[in-house]
Design a binder for this molecule. Structure first.
Ligand SMILES: Cc1cc2nc3c(=O)[nH]c(=O)nc-3n(C[C@H](O)[C@H](O)[C@H](O)COP(=O)(O)OP(=O)(O)OC[C@H]3O[C@@H](n4cnc5c(N)ncnc54)[C@H](O)[C@@H]3O)c2cc1C
Length: 468
């Protein structure tokens, strides 16, 4: 097995220790925002549309519902606080891709990929329009993204891609200076935003449009007869709703049959203190692109508005039992690895401190992008499975949910991507065995010049995979 760049150019352990000396176990984005609070539901309630889940999917669904039909009575129910989960703590990469990248989309849906790409671009433009029209303060930057080759075999992968513009070693180094970069591809259709501000601002827009929001209101049950409203059970009141949209992501689906389609995979992140002008000048990064390398165990990183570096990814950790648990967020060895890899990427930053480290659960499915379902005779719709790329795609998901609940035949609902479900994960212990084997094989491929073993080639043949 060959060493990867992270082993070949590892910084001294003392530099990692120094960087982590006073680090807070907290999400920088959530710390950075004084988010509005909403009361819990404390009485029975009736509405046209109930939206369950106060992340991007729920908020976009509620906003799009009132924009499409201004008279509609919409109630959004969040079990804890808006944006406490993935939506408030992600990398803030807002991609146009609805399919987790071109390769995944083209290989699964070759005949409809061009339409998916167009719809993804329209969706990103729709987000930008909303940000502008409602004067949303979310640190929106339409910078594009640089995909980076950090090992020789990845250069050929970049050359084969058709999207964006190829940058050779000198060109990529002129954009962002790192000893690890061998080539890059500049993909235009991506933006960056401040995720927790996005949540707060979407909530402001939603309430301005007439959406009622309740927090600390978990929906514990969902029932319906053959006709009439759907009943949602909550601790202090019942909700009667004509239609229900579920944006509950990685948490146990209220429609049980959708549970096997996703597993929670933990993704880890660090945030530096703001870079000084001198540190930034040594790196360049004048176009402030989002960055991501091409390893199987890849990193994504970006600048914040105040020039901190968010650096995340690499380990994608699944644990037996498919549970979401706060103690899974603490994994010192992964946070140490991220700091080490950050200092390998930018040795110019030796001496920098990490102010925050955190983690979050990703709703991974076997096809890497959201799937949709209808239940309770077409009155309840569900979307989940974004697999780490839901910041932009969640708005598209909101529109799909509303199309499905209206029984509308639209370009979106005709998509095979919308009509078909992914292959479900098997029950335990098969799930943990299959996922750990895949993670191990992916790591081996990173240590073997990208070469995929029989296990990975078999999964590829059946269109199955594991990603964060
Ligand atoms: C560390 C990390 C980094 C990421 N980076 C990126 C990135 O850079 N770009 C990108 O595109 N994507 C990224 N993602 C993924 C992205 O954050 C998600 O795809 C997206 O936020 C999903 O939004 P959501 O609303 O579906 O889910 P969530 O934000 O998880 O919201 C679901 C909400 O539903 C609520 N809920 C669940 N069950 C119930 C119930 N029964 N009753 C009431 N409420 C309920 C939960 O409390 C939660 O608030 C990242 C994710 C993580 C964890």
């Amino acid at each position: 097995m060959a060493d990867t760049i992270w082993e070949r150019l590892a910084p001294p352990a003392a530099a990692v220790d120094h960087a982590l000396r006073d680090t807070r176990d907290a999400c920088f984005w959530i710390d950075d925002v004084a988010a509005p609070r909403f009361d819990a539901l404390d009485a029975d309630h009736a509405c046209d549309l109930a939206v369950v889940g106060g992340g991007f999917t729920g908020l976009w669904t509620a906003i799009r519902a009132t924009q499409r039909n201004p008279g509609r009575k919409v109630l959004l129910l969040e079990g804890r606080r808006l944006g406490w989960a993935a939506s408030g703590r992600n990398g803030g990469f807002c991609a146009s891709s609805l399919t987790h990248g071109e390769e995944n989309g083209r290989s699964r849906w070759p005949h409809e990929y061009d339409a998916l790409e167009r719809m993804g671009e329209e969706n990103l433009d729709g987000i930008e329009r909303t940000v502008r029209d409602f004067d949303m303060s979310v640190d929106w930057e339409r910078t594009g993204e640089l995909a980076l080759a950090i090992e020789d075999h990845q250069v050929a992968w970049l050359e084969e891609m058709t999207e964006g513009r190829f940058l050779d070693r000198a060109q990529v180094q002129a954009e962002v200076a790192s000893p690890t970069y061998l080539a890059g591809r500049w993909l235009d259709d991506n933006a960056l935003l401040h995720p927790a501000r996005m949540v707060a601002e979407l909530a402001r827009v939603a309430t301005d449009l007439g959406v009622e929001i309740v927090e600390d209101t978990p929906v514990t049950g969902l029932d319906s007869g053959s006709s009439g409203p759907v009943i949602l059970e909550t601790p202090r009141g019942r909700v009667r709703a004509d239609r229900v949209a579920l944006g509950t992501n990685v948490f146990p689906a209220l429609v049980r049959r959708y549970r096997p389609f996703t597993v929670p995979v933990y993704d880890y992140v660090i945030m530096t203190e703001p870079l000084t002008d001198a540190q930034l000048a040594e790196i360049g990064w004048h176009h402030r692109q989002g960055l991501a390398d091409l390893a199987n165990h890849f990193h994504y990183y970006r600048l914040s508005a105040d020039n901190r570096i968010l650096f995340g990814g690499y380990d994608a950790v699944y644990r037996f039992g498919k549970r979401v648990r706060a103690d899974y967020e603490h994994r010192p060895q992964t946070h140490r690895a991220l700091v080490s890899h950050l200092l390998t990427t930018f040795p110019q930053l030796e001496g920098i401190r990490i102010t925050h480290r955190w983690a979050g659960a990703i709703d991974t499915c076997t096809r890497f992008c959201a799937f949709y379902g209808l239940a309770h005779r077409g009155r309840v719709a569900h979307a989940a499975g974004f697999t780490g790329l839901g910041v932009g795609a969640s708005r598209f998901a909101g529109d799909v949910l509303l199309d499905l609940l209206a029984g509308e035949d639209t370009e979106r609902t005709r998509l095979e991507m919308v009509r078909r479900k992914p292959v479900p994960f098997p029950p335990e212990p098969l799930a943990v065995a299959g996922i750990q084997t895949t993670r191990w094989a992916l790591d081996r491929a990173d240590h073997a010049h990208g070469s995929r073993n029989l296990w990975l080639r078999t999964l590829d043949r059946f269109g199955l995979g594991f990603d964060s």
